[in-house]
Write a protein that binds this ligand. Sequence first.
Ligand code: GP9
Ligand code: MN
Length: 696
Amino acid sequence: MKNIKNSINRFLKSLKKNLKKVKEEHLIRDYMKNNVLFLVFVITTVVNSTMLRFFCINSTDNYLAIAPIIADLALVTIIGGLGYLLKPKNRFAYYLTFSIILTAICIINSIYYTYYTSFASVSMLSLTQYVGDVGDAVVEQVIQFRDFLYLLSPILLIVINYRLKKKNIHKKIEVKSDRKRKTIKTVAVGVVFAIIFVLTLTPTDMSRLVKQWNREYIVMKYGIYIYQANDLVASIQPKINSLFGYDQAKKNFKDYFKTVEKHEDNEYTNIFEGKNVITIHGESLQTNLMSLEFNGQEVTPNLNKLADEGMFFSNFYSPVSVGTSSDAELMFNTSLLPTKSGTAFVSYSNRTYYGIPKLLADKGYYTFSMHGNNADFWNRRNMHESLGYDRFYNKVDYNVTEENTIGLGISDKAFFEQSVNKLVKINKKHDKWYGMLMMLSNHTPFAETDKYGEFPVDMKETVTNPDGSTEEVSHPYMEGTKLGNYFKSAHYADSAIGELINRLDEEGLLDNTIIVIYGDHDAKLPRADYNRLYNYDKETDSILDEKDPNYKEYDSYQYELGRKVPLIIWSKDMKGTKLNKEYKNVMSMYDVEPTLGNMLGFENEYALGHDIFDIKDQNIVVFPNGNWLTNDIYYNSQKEEYLSLTEKPVTEEEIKKNNEYASKLLDVSNDIIVFDLLKKDQTDENRVIENQEKGA
Ligand code: GP9
Ligand code: MN
């Protein structure tokens, strides 16, 4: 104790001494005097970045965030420090150049944010259409006075430099070793800032930087400069990926499609031809919700009813990669698999895709998507156009208020309510239409339980007292767990779906319409919570002992296989028809386009999935990590082991054959996207014309 006291005293004394020295020798004043340009550069650029965040992101989290300031400081101190390598007379040009670049980043983002409520991306600025469409509008209504405040940084540098010049400070001679010493010291300070900043980062922060799609979040955590630098790298990466290997990729692609058998008509062909279609993208909806109930109340009564009355694909998987929601959309619409690096939506939105909307538009449909979130989330603004939607109704088309917001944005109930009003208008204007409605509320972390409505996930029990009276006792069960909160949230989402169906019916919109509902991906919930769900011991309010005869192990395989999501195709008049049943063959999100296409009368000849009514029990679901699933086997490619799902003996050849198929499928899909192989090649077209001419 005494030792600690002594050390503290010693430390305080030396601090006092040093501070006194700093004061007496005017060290701070001297430093400031000798490093004016550097300091002005650092301070003004950090102020600019902070100002931009404050103007754009209105949230307390953002106002209180220190981390992005440290990140900015780290970056500009290092840039500024490197300026000391130059002779004093050249430093002004160096600082001014960087100040102009960083100021331009702030101004562009400030204007872009006013227009799009999102931050700019280099990849988008390179799209000429952006300039064309937005150019005039920007000048007229988007530029504001505050966008010019950022110019303060270069202006101050110019003014101060002018005054310094008068004092002849530039002519000061600095020997090379002095310059080196100054550089090292300053850059070291920048590195210290960088280390402090990195220590504040969580794994989510890091993964979001890699994915680079939640732009507001990245700016709020990393500041605008790191965001933009990262964006630049992310925009260049796909170009580098597609530089080498085109010829080989094209050959593999052609070879693959030579082996694919032509689709033949079956009893489902064209059964829905000419019908309107509403697809519901069910955020984080899992199939296991549908078989659960708490105290006699189903978690998803509406989904259950639709499944009961329609076509229910109960062994359906969404093999998403890092692109989660967007990968689900990609697979659903194009019958392609997620890319090996980056995401198709963010990195490869300018490729050619044969999306469901495009193919239906070719058949005279009006096609649109509706989502209450910002249009730049997952780069949908661009990608929905590439998929062939005629119109993307997004956040700006909805009335989003504080009251009707849950989690990421407008609540599903408000979203559906407002979407139906739009659908009524669309239905009046267009003969045939296809629309995708994307839900949002049932999104991790499922924390806003007060907004989901009453749905207790406890275990209620009626007990008889010794005196014969009865009382209801409640055991906590899933209350307070993440999985329990997910059930509450999913119950809300399900109720929103129920309300949507009712509203559509009231408006007469169900009469010539089929509804397609899919869960976009699983909810990534903790396995431990499932163990509690299946092994709850109400006596002790904990999980049964593993040795207990009633204990049901929820192992990693069950967890993997439990990640299935629902796919339901329903129409008002389907109940009791031969379509109305459960379809049990394994199926994947990328099988939807060929399956729906067969029923609606269109075909993507470059689909990688299958019409499930064609492939039936021979289907294979391939996951982006190389795992695969058939009706009989689930194969884990990392562990190189499998789980047999039926009595059928598993042969080495079968494993080998399916492994080869999985890797081929992932390769071909990746090549199609990265090398833009569906784009009509000029040479191909020339060849067709040549052949036609020859024939003529
Ligand atoms: C964002 C929503 C969620 O608009 O689709 O995306 P996710 O986090 O599920 O990929
Ligand atoms: Mn999602």
